[in-house]
Design a protein. Structure first.
Length: 337
């Protein structure tokens, strides 16, 4: 009788072990079905990141079998270093900064360009007499030291026929750019216009003079990966890029508010100003297209645009002469329409 009870108890224990094992196997299989991917952005959350955060919030990455982690960056150059060191799989960065890194030997490539018209320029007060680059002569202009905007600044003035020596250019730490400009002791600030202008508009109403207005057209933000991963992780990247393209399309169809909600929901400790990041995103959406990409799918990059960008970057001394567009971008993961 005791033996019979014992054997029954053993059978129950074995059954429980098998059930638990089955659950563990089932659970681990579910985890394996989600491929992990890490993306690092260029900076702490702001408007341009809306589509990325929306794709995460809506579950579009998970629907594609991806477990995506979004890291906040500390500048495009820093984020590219993390990408090169394999601390991230993808970087959302300024493509002019990427081009400079490629020129220096970093084996990365743009797989999607979302802000295809350059966002770099100079903001000036609304009532300023400055209307074009030629009006900067004799003016005090600040710029963020070490930034992509600063790298393109000299080329902008050169293309516009304005001697650098005729302008009082003052380098400041990027973190002090906004406060220095708002203080009112300078005539303008070199910056990524769509990022900074909404942050200071209520303190010093301003308007932009884009570098592109002077003929210096360089693509802005896009997704960048390591060249080796273009093939090695091609299937994963195809899903990730497709989800981002879909998110940008969705946001462009009058869903800006949802994108802003997604950023705020996923970064509650940042105390983000909804009005500021909404204005940022709306400004970036105006810079999605160039004449060559009008009507094309978000993310698709035009060879002619890149050829012109390369010429501008060569003129700026950011890349050496002789490189081809294919050095910097691919449309492998993005359809034209």
């Amino acid at each position: 009788m005791g033996i019979r009870k014992l054997s029954r108890a053993v059978r129950v224990i074995v059954l429980l072990v098998l059930i638990a094992s089955g659950f563990a196997i089932s659970h681990s299989t579910h985890v394996r079905a989600q491929t992990s991917l890490t993306i690092v952005t260029d900076w702490a959350p702001y408007g341009a990141h809306g589509p990325l955060f929306l794709a995460a919030q809506k579950g579009w990455f998970k629907d594609a079998g991806l477990d995506v982690t979004i890291l906040d960056g500390k500048g495009s150059a820093s984020s590219l270093q993390l990408l090169g060191a394999e601390k991230a799989d993808v970087a959302f960065v300024q493509l002019s900064t990427m081009a400079a890194a490629v020129d220096k030997g970093l084996p990365v490539i743009s797989v999607a360009g979302f802000v295809r018209s350059g966002d770099n320029g100079v903001i000036v007060p609304q009532n300023s007499p400055i209307m074009s680059a030629k009006d900067f002569s004799g003016k005090r202009i600040i710029y963020p030291s070490g930034s992509a905007s600063a790298s393109l600044m000299d080329a902008f003035f050169r293309v516009s026929g304005v001697p650098r020596a005729s302008i009082n250019l003052i380098g400041v730490d990027p973190s002090a750019l906004a406060s220095t400009y708002v203080a009112g002791d300078v005539d303008g600030a070199v910056t990524t216009v769509a990022y900074l202008e909404p942050m200071i508009s209520d303190k010093r109403p301003s308007r932009p003079i884009y570098f592109a207005d002077g003929g210096l057209i360089v693509p802005s933000f896009g997704l960048v990966v390591r060249r080796a991963d273009e093939t090695a992780k091609g299937a994963m990247l195809a899903k990730f890029v497709a989800a981002n393209v879909g998110a940008w399309k969705y946001v462009m169809e009058d869903h800006v508010a949802e994108a802003i909600d997604a950023i705020i929901a996923q970064r509650p400790m940042e105390r983000l100003d909804r009005n500021v990041i909404t204005s940022q995103l709306n400004l970036y959406l105006k810079l999605v297209d160039t004449p060559a990409t009008a009507g094309m799918a978000p993310g698709w990059q035009d060879e002619g645009d890149w050829s012109r960008a390369i010429a501008a970057l060569e003129n700026a001394g950011i890349v050496k002469p002789g490189s081809a567009p294919s050095t910097y971008y691919t449309n492998r993961f993005v359809s034209k329409q």
